[in-house]
Write a protein that binds this ligand. Structure first.
Ligand code: FPP
Ligand code: MG
Length: 333
């Protein structure tokens, strides 16, 4: 099956979608697509067929999201923990990914027509080299599309992603691009694999398991979490509508928590800048206390310099990441 499933909603689905769309809609939905193997066992089919049907369900879900005007979706396709499964199953999942990314490249015109940008979040180094190259090609091919976004978490766990972000900031300090005092919560967010996306509004896990399994831990602290008992390959349009409805019911409190958090971050940053300026003035002020106007000017100057420094660091980081993908592509596919 292709990544893009064409087709309209039927009449009752269309009416329901329009009713839902009269309320606040999530702009970004994340899925833990769990239950493929239980689905296979219950239906007496091969485990690999369960995963294949899981992919088909993903394509169908993307179509529903498009009709519900949800422009961004993130899915947990392969966790670093999944490498601990049997060789047979890991090889099967790698082969499925190979087939699907090859297919994605074949249907590049259709992806362009629909404006679909595919990103892969995770440590590609853990994957077979040919798959790394295919993924890099797919990501580069759809990079400039901007109508809808699919983030595929592959060789991913959240704690690994956060640790990697901390490493990137340490690299920035080592290179003299940023100061250790520039390290902050918003800067760490910018160093995550997910830096190009807003945080998910809604996270859905299927199969009845009530845990996050190291998925988007940083990004979902103010998201609506919905756990549904249906197995992923059996997921339906109505399951998705029910989850969106739950989001709508908690939308106000989520929004409030986010606003409060944003304000708190801004005041923390201001305080951090003030401390740096005070230290600077103490060292360079010949023991004389600075007046209010001088402190204010110094603070403004420091804030502007810090913002420029951070932007230059993020540009360098982006260049490093882009080069990794282009090098993989020019590596003779
Ligand atoms: C979880 O169910 C599912 C996975 C570990 C794999 C998910 C992968 C897909 C749906 C295919 C996506 C492929 C691409 C290329 C995007 P499980 O295996 O944990 O099943 P269980 O919970 O019943 O044991
Ligand atoms: Mg599972």
């Amino acid at each position: 099956m292709s990544w893009i499933k064409e087709g309209e909603l039927n009449l009752i689905e269309k009416i329901s979608a329009n009713v839902l769309k009269a309320g606040p809609m999530p702009k970004h939905v994340a899925f833990i697509m769990d239950g493929n193997r239980r689905f296979a066992r219950r239906n007496n089919i091969e485990r690999q067929e369960g995963h294949t049907q899981g992919f088909n369900k993903l394509a169908e879900t993307l179509r529903w999201c498009k009709h519900l005007s949800i422009p961004e979706v993130t899915v947990y396709a392969f966790s670093i923990e999944n490498f601990k499964r049997t060789k047979d199953e890991v090889d099967g999942l790698m082969e499925l990914a190979r087939q699907k990314f090859e297919r994605l490249l074949e249907e590049r015109d259709n992806l362009e027509k629909h404006g679909v940008c595919i990103r892969v979040l995770g440590d590609l180094n853990m994957l077979p080299h040919d798959l790394q190259q295919l993924i890099a090609k797919a990501v580069i091919t759809t990079k400039s599309h901007n109508k809808c976004f699919l983030n595929v978490c592959f060789a991913y766990t959240s704690r690994y992603e956060i640790t990697n972000a901390v490493r990137e900031m340490a690299w920035g300090v080592e290179q003299g691009l940023i100061k250790s005092s520039d390290v902050s919560e918003p800067l760490l967010s910018e160093c995550l694999y997910s830096n190009n996306s807003p945080n998910p509004d809604l996270l859905i896990r299927t199969s009845g398991e009530v845990r996050l399994s190291d998925f988007l831990l940083w990004q979902t602290s103010h998201s609506c979490l919905v756990f549904q008992s249906v197995l992923w390959p059996e997921y339906s349009f109505w399951n998705l509508c029910e989850a969106v409805l739950q989001y709508q019911l908690s939308h106000k409190s989520i929004q409030k928590a986010r606003d409060l958090h944003r304000e708190h971050q801004a005041s923390l940053q201001l305080e951090a800048d003030r401390v740096c300026v005070a230290e600077h003035l103490q060292h360079h002020g010949n023991g004389k206390p600075a007046d209010v106007q001088r402190r204010q000017e110094a603070l403004q100057h420091y804030t502007t310099c810090r913002q420029e420094r951070v932007q230059d660091f993020l540009k360098a980081l982006k260049h490093k990441r882009d080069s990794y993908f282009t090098d993989l592509c020019s590596d003779g596919v």
